[in-house]
Design a protein around this ligand. Structure first.
Ligand code: G1P
Length: 297
């Protein structure tokens, strides 16, 4: 099997939960402390050895393209000022990875977004990373998933045990144990089920290792939940070991994950990530403790 080098990042959502901040800017550019959310995701892919990135973008792609490109004017200004630290932070983003873009066109769901990667990906396995989920760099989930893919030659999803009240927000997996306590075999998947119909409380989170056969499956996947072409529905078919593709396995993630998909979770993510930083954490936490006390909470 050839080594996986390609990561696909769907980034064409309208980001309506963050309007008006996302009126003229993709939600992936919202800053999480001092980096746009999408940079964390690209850094995660690169750390796992995937430095060929394809972003599936919408109307507002310019900010994304500019962020991963050189900005000569800014570099010259910082150089003239002798501000090497900032210069380095600006330049390193443009050297992170090869970043390519394809437009989604009609936004017809996550499955449709992924199918737009077909030409770029070709006949190789590839990773999909969803920008709303940030995985702590200290808990390398993607590397673990790539290892499982190499060992099992199968489709790999990331699973998180969630409170049953939260399962309706995710794809939910029906699973069987394997010999490895961190890996389960996925026997069924359902997109955003009501709590009483969920097969388990294992939620699919936004990291996938897919085999190229998924493109054929996506092509015949009819619109599902919300009238959208759902990746979950295609993976349900893959779980049936389509054309001997090895089925679907789930890596159970027990590490730190930050959800930036809605306002409250986004604010929590910023606080947690800033709280962990040496330059900001001590002051932030001291202030926060005083603030919470002053609110009488
Ligand atoms: C998507 C998928 C869902 C998955 C989730 C993970 O939903 O459709 O199966 O559980 O990402 O974040 P979205 O959150 O984009 O609506």
């Amino acid at each position: 099997m050839t080594r996986i080098t390609k990561a696909v990042i769907p980034a064409a959502g309208l980001g309506t939960r963050f309007l008006p901040a996302t009126k003229a800017m993709p939600k992936e550019m919202l800053p999480v402390v001092d980096k746009p959310a999408i940079q964390y995701v690209v850094e995660e892919a690169v750390a796992a050895g995937l430095d060929d990135i394809l972003m599936i973008v919408g109307r507002n792609k310019n900010a994304l393209a500019n962020h991963f490109d050189r900005v000569t004017e800014l570099e010259e200004t910082l150089e003239a000022k002798g501000d090497d630290a900032k210069l380095q932070r600006v330049v390193e983003v443009s050297h992170l990875a090869d970043v390519h873009f394809v437009r989604q066109g009609d936004p017809r769901g996550l499955g449709h977004a992924v199918s737009r990667a077909r030409k770029h990906v070709g006949r190789e396995s590839f990773a999909v990373l969803l920008g709303d989920d940030l995985i702590d760099a200290r808990d390398p989930l993607l590397t673990r998933m790539l290892d499982e893919h190499a060992a099992r030659d199968a489709t790999i999803v990331a699973l998180l045990e969630v409170d049953p009240d939260q399962i309706h927000l995710y794809g939910a997996a029906e699973v069987e144990p394997t010999d490895d306590p961190d890996v389960v075999r996925v026997t069924g998947l359902v997109e955003k089920p009501a709590k009483e119909h969920a097969p388990s409380n294992y939620a699919v989170i936004g990291r996938y290792i897919l085999k190229p056969e998924v493109f054929d499956v996506l092509e015949r996947t009819p619109p599902g939940k919300g009238g959208e072409i759902q990746l979950t529905d295609a993976l349900m078919e893959m779980a049936g070991d389509v054309e001997g593709t090895g089925g679907v396995y789930g890596v159970v993630f027990r590490g730190r994950r930050y959800d930036t998909g809605d306002k409250l979770d986004y604010i929590k993510a910023v606080i947690q990530l800033a709280g962990d930083r040496d330059d900001l954490g001590p002051d932030l936490i001291a202030w926060l403790a005083g603030y919470v006390a002053s609110r009488g909470a």
